[in-house]
Design a protein around this ligand. Structure first.
Ligand SMILES: Nc1nc2c(c(=O)[nH]1)N[C@H]1C(S)=C(S)[C@@H](COP(=O)(O)O)O[C@H]1N2
Ligand SMILES: [Mo]
Length: 395
């Protein structure tokens, strides 16, 4: 009896870079998309560092309180460029993934080490980039299925991604330069097998990529840019929430007992052994100030509003707080994070910083922090503490 033995070489099971024949997968395309991806990552990195610093407890260099809309712009940019990076990264990975199947140069120890190093650095870059974009997107949709701290993980990921990106650009710089300097149809750095025309030209692929990126931006940027609200189907829109202002965490979600916000509510202002308690009527009897200040959420949405209430510094003066003292803001909140935040002295002393009682002329809605909330200029939304019950001068 004869047994037919069919031998399949491993090379037939696993594709090689030469199995990929489309001319679209070329350094010419990768470099052009990579350039914009690099710009998006750089903007994301810088605006992200700023946001991380703004949320730090201590500011060796004080975070400025002006312009009042500054954080609104930088955090809006952060989320918009992060969103734009998603389609860019997908197309970029598509153009380069034949490289994944390159056979390591096993016979040559020196080249093997180099090639392994390159692979590790690319794996770190791709892994960190995907993690940053996915975690960022999930955060901006307020979906937190993980148990780690988003802020620290996203911050660590940022350094890893940007470090790996710098190495990557440095290694590829000669090819990037050549590719960007030459016509997009140039074949100089193409793989030998990349000779078959795709369904579209390289220019067509690039145009489709820019279009997809533009759509991704338009679909989300309205969360920050009022003019884009109507087209931003995926963004938070103006008017989502009471008083025409989005709500990040409702009173119910924060475990606020509505009874605790009634007539018995008082705001305690404490400086060591000096303290005072003010009812809402007491606060209303003090000099009222009105300021137009945005709420700019770290998740990218922002909205302007006009707030009326008492200046934070007037309250601090009641207990003779020192000018340079930070202030703990304590909320009635019983569930989940942000029930207690720290306001640095320069914010507490800014004349625009209010303990707000009203928004746009109406008493605050319970979901916007009734009876009283903090609102300060150029500050991440997460620190604009709602349902205040106590101001604690840090001594
Ligand atoms: N006590 C308390 N204050 C809070 C929060 C919170 O969870 N608890 N969320 C903050 C966040 S993340 C934002 S963006 C703003 C949103 O304010 P708004 O819900 O009134 O629009 O409130 C901030 N104040
Ligand atoms: Mo927020």
């Amino acid at each position: 009896m004869r047994v037919a033995v069919v031998k399949i070489a491993p090379s037939e099971l696993v594709p090689s870079p030469e199995s990929f024949t489309s001319r679209l997968r070329s350094p010419a395309v990768a470099a052009r998309i990579g350039l914009w991806l690099g710009i998006c990552f750089a903007v994301c990195f810088l605006t992200g560092l700023l946001s991380h610093y703004a949320q730090a407890l201590s500011h060796p260099i004080p975070f400025p309180t002006s312009p009042s809309w500054g954080y609104r712009v930088t955090q809006g940019l952060h989320v918009v460029t992060g969103t734009a990076a998603i389609p860019l990264l997908l197309v970029k990975l598509w153009t380069v993934y034949p490289k994944l199947f390159e056979r390591p140069p096993l016979r040559h120890a020196g080249r093997l080490v180099l090639s392994l190093l390159e692979r590790v650095s690319i794996a770190v870059l791709v892994g960190a980039a995907i993690f940053q974009l996915v975690a960022g997107l999930m955060n901006s949709t307020q979906w937190y299925p993980w148990s780690f701290s988003f802020r620290s993980a996203h911050y660590a990921g940022a350094w890893i991604a940007i470090g790996a990106l710098v190495v990557h650009v440095a290694v590829k710089l000669p090819i990037i330069r050549d590719a960007l300097g030459a016509d997009v149809e140039s074949t100089t750095h193409d793989r030998a097998s990349a000779t078959v025309d795709g369904p579209v030209s390289r220019r067509g692929l690039l145009r489709a990529t820019w279009l997809a990126t533009g759509v991704a931006v338009l679909a989300t940027a309205g969360a920050t840019v009022p003019l884009l609200r109507r087209v931003s189907v995926l963004g938070v829109r103006d008017g989502d929430g009471p008083q025409g202002l989005p709500v990040n965490r409702t009173a119910d979600a924060a475990g606020i007992d509505p009874a605790a916000t009634g007539d018995s509510w008082v705001l305690e202002v404490v400086n060591g052994d000096r303290s005072t308690s003010l009812s809402r009527a007491d606060l209303e009897a003090m000099t009222q100030h009105t300021e137009s200040l945005p709420i700019a959420c770290v998740e990218g949405w922002s909205a302007g509003a006009t707030w009326t209430g008492v200046r934070m510094r007037d309250l601090l003066d009641l207990v003779d707080a020192p000018e340079d003292a930070d202030v703990g803001l304590i909320s009635l909140q019983t569930r989940r994070a942000f029930g207690r935040t720290l306001m640095q002295a320069n914010f507490a002393r800014d004349e625009r910083t209010l303990v707000a009682l009203k928004v746009d002329g109406e008493d605050l809605d319970l979901d916007h922090g009734y009876p009283a909330r903090a609102i300060a200029p150029n500050r991440p939304g997460v620190l604009q503490t709602k349902w205040l019950t106590r101001l604690e001068v840090q001594t």
